[in-house]
Design a protein around this ligand. Structure first.
Ligand SMILES: [Zn+2]
Length: 120
């Protein structure tokens, strides 16, 4: 069975790297980690490196670094979006940092190659 991407709630997104300069001082378990805050100023992510990767929706494939959509197999099994997980496919050649985007079973970045037909 196949579904249009619109029905699978497909979204084109761009990866944006955010650099934190704030280091956790208060929480003893997270002390020394880099802190990221949400738009209301609340801490929501801690990490050993200052970079964090966010995804912004964009309108065109040219701007996009990846596409997200509902898994078509589970969409069919579940009879819709409820309980269906998302699939993410990162495009090759878009300068997506290695820790962001998709990874294979060995933890290596996996990128979707664009197989262009050669025109003779
Ligand atoms: Zn699935």
């Amino acid at each position: 069975m196949s579904y249009p991407l619109r029905q699978l709630e497909a979204r084109l997104q761009k990866v944006v790297t955010v650099i934190s300069t704030e280091i956790e001082q208060d929480d003893p378990k997270l002390k020394g980690q880099y802190v990221h805050r949400d738009s209301s100023g609340d801490k929501f992510l801690w990490g050993p490196t200052p970079e964090m990767h966010k995804f912004h929706n964009v309108e065109s494939v040219a701007e996009a670094d990846h596409i997200m959509f509902l898994c078509p197999a589970c969409f069919a099994k579940n009879g819709g979006a409820k309980g269906t997980h998302q699939v993410m496919v990162t495009f090759a050649g878009r300068n997506v940092p290695e820790p962001a985007g998709t990874h294979d079973a060995n933890g290596q970045p996996s990128r979707w190659q664009n197989h262009r037909r050669r025109v003779a």
